[in-house]
Design a protein around this ligand. Structure first.
Ligand SMILES: [Ca+2]
Length: 348
């Protein structure tokens, strides 16, 4: 019995050792945030409940809505989830060069106008954004932690490109970029979602996307090809709201009315996949591709093109890990498990 007991103890120690010994991954959460059900918020609540991850700060950028909305909504979600200790830094209010046209104003997004934020549900958060800007925060944090900081980039890549311009050592000191962006038409499910071939984040700031993809920073790209295989349904919503926590209450308020109206509705998951990649990268199937972004005004502005080898005209493309598919059942179970976890005692 003693031997079996010791063996069981040893197994228990070995099984728990990695979680205890591994220092948390330091990340900066760069985002065109908006209140749930938007995917950036759905990604944030996963990261907040992942002990493997330490959020050094949240940097906001214009994209889905204005930069001001991104900042106000991020602060509010941190407040209602009792994580207001995480600092929010305001980033770019507009893309590097891309100026919105009348066409843009009639379609999705608020990046072309620096609109003030309306009050989020429940009113503005008590805490304000930091006085330092996002680019200053990105540059100094990466400089102080060379080779240690992963950037989870969930919006247009404007802030990252500006950090590269500000400090020419920035790119080589970033550990890794996990980017939700792009669509690779040469593989399955790779059409665009904003123009026929362009994905929204890359379309909003094509010049930034190209600069960042060419930077030499190790990149995991989570394009629409994989998002289209992640179909969130009421089945999983019901499992989330069956548990009562500040996070699940937030998701119930945001997602409940939609599912009540249309129980068969499906929400594709985008930024959530990039977030889960930080914790469980092997759940996503990846291929190594050379990828670049078209910045020529016209038909293919903001389109990402990828291939296993360089092609004529694609000499600027850099090699990166591109997600094409995922183990849906394991992915969604992990997502639901994390967002329904009870807040940890003494959690920051
Ligand atoms: Ca986003």
């Amino acid at each position: 019995m003693r031997r079996i007991g010791s063996f069981a103890l040893l197994i228990a120690l070995v099984a728990t050792a990695p979680a205890v010994a591994q220092p948390a991954q330091k990340i900066i959460f760069d985002t065109d945030f908006a209140f749930p059900p938007q995917d950036d918020a759905m990604a944030l609540v996963f990261v907040l409940n992942s002990p493997e991850i330490e959020i050094l700060g949240i940097t906001t950028v214009a994209g889905n809505r204005s930069r001001n909305v991104a900042t106000a909504d991020a602060l509010k979600v941190l407040e209602v989830t009792n994580r207001a200790e995480i600092a929010v830094f305001e980033g770019a209010a507009a893309p590097l060069l891309h100026q919105g046209t009348e066409w843009d104003t009639k379609r999705h997004g608020g990046w072309f106008a620096n609109d003030p934020a309306p009050a989020p549900p429940g009113g503005f958060a008590k805490k304000k954004a930091e006085t330092r800007g996002a680019v200053d925060f990105l540059v100094s944090t990466v400089k102080q932690n060379p080779g240690q900081v992963t950037i989870l980039a969930l919006g247009p890549l404007t802030n990252i490109a500006m950090a590269m311009r500000t400090d020419n050592t920035f790119a080589r000191n970033v550990k890794q970029l996990v980017i939700m962006g792009g669509a690779i038409a040469s593989i399955a499910d790779g059409g665009g979602n904003h123009t026929p071939n362009a994905e929204f984040n890359f379309y909003v700031d094509p010049e930034a996307a190209q600069a960042v993809l060419r930077s030499g920073i190790p990149i995991v790209l989570s394009p629409l090809n994989v998002s289209r295989k992640a179909r969130f349904s009421k089945e999983w919503y019901d499992k989330i709201v069956a548990v009562d926590t500040p996070i699940t209450r937030l998701l119930k308020d945001a997602l409940g009315p939609g599912f009540q109206q249309r129980p068969d509705r499906i929400g594709l998951m985008y930024d959530q996949i990039a977030a889960v990649t930080l914790v469980a990268p092997t759940l996503m199937k990846t291929v190594e591709l050379f990828v670049d972004v078209d910045i020529n005004p016209g038909l293919n502005y903001g389109v990402s093109v990828g291939a296993p080898q360089i092609w004529p005209g694609g000499e600027g493309a850099r090699k990166m890990q591109v997600q094409t598919d995922l183990d849906w059942n394991s992915f969604i179970r992990l997502y639901v498990e994390r967002v329904t976890a009870q807040p940890r005692a003494g959690s920051k």
